[in-house]
Design a protein around this ligand. Structure first.
Ligand code: S3P
Length: 172
């Protein structure tokens, strides 16, 4: 059984994913990194040079290949992955256990403001209040998709190690 972590940008999917993979002795794979490797450029460069629609097609294509692969991995999805095309059904139909790392708008904004420059959807926000408005609206649009995950973890105020421990106990 594969495990896929979903959640908004900055929710800790990669950090928590690595920790869970370690605890379960599985390999960790980051979907954004796979897209980046296949395109030989950063996600930001793909958005800038080829556009978001191109990125979304590649994201779906690579995700489909990945779920077909038999290896039991821990996969960190991109923040938008379950929200586009048939991606969520593809994951569910393949029996992948989808986990939502749920954080508040405030917590996400605090984290994202520090690391927004590498993220094409939010790099242009200069004021924290503007970023917060965007995150609130965007999370409102996407939240109902994330909530369809098999497991929802309240990640507020928890370290990646604590979240990984909580999750591995639930997976047993
Ligand atoms: C995106 C999130 C990013 C990346 C791309 C689009 C999104 O992944 O896939 O910039 O639509 O939320 P992270 O959530 O890993 O930052």
């Amino acid at each position: 059984m594969k495990i896929a972590l979903c959640g908004y940008m900055g929710s800790g999917k990669s950090t928590v994913g690595k920790s869970i993979a370690n605890q379960l002795n599985r390999s960790f794979v980051d979907l954004d990194n796979c897209i980046s490797a296949e395109e030989d450029r950063s996600v930001a460069a793909i958005f800038e040079e080829k556009g978001e629609i191109y990125f979304r097609h590649k994201e779906s294509e690579i995700l489909k290949k990945m779920v077909k692969d038999k290896a039991n991995i821990v996969l960190a999805l991109g923040g938008g992955t379950p929200c586009y095309g048939q991606n969520l059904s593809v994951l569910k139909e393949a029996g992948v256990q989808v986990v939502y790392l749920k954080l508040s708008v405030d917590a996400l904004t605090e984290r994202l403001f520090l690391e927004k420059d590498s993220r094409p959807l939010i790099a242009h926000y200069r004021e924290k209040s503007e970023l917060k408005d965007f995150v609130r609206k965007h999370l409102f649009e996407r939240g109902h998709v994330y909530e369809q995950s098999d497991i929802v973890i309240d990640a507020i105020g928890k370290t990646p190690a604590e979240i990984a421990k909580e999750l591995t106990a639930l997976l047993d």
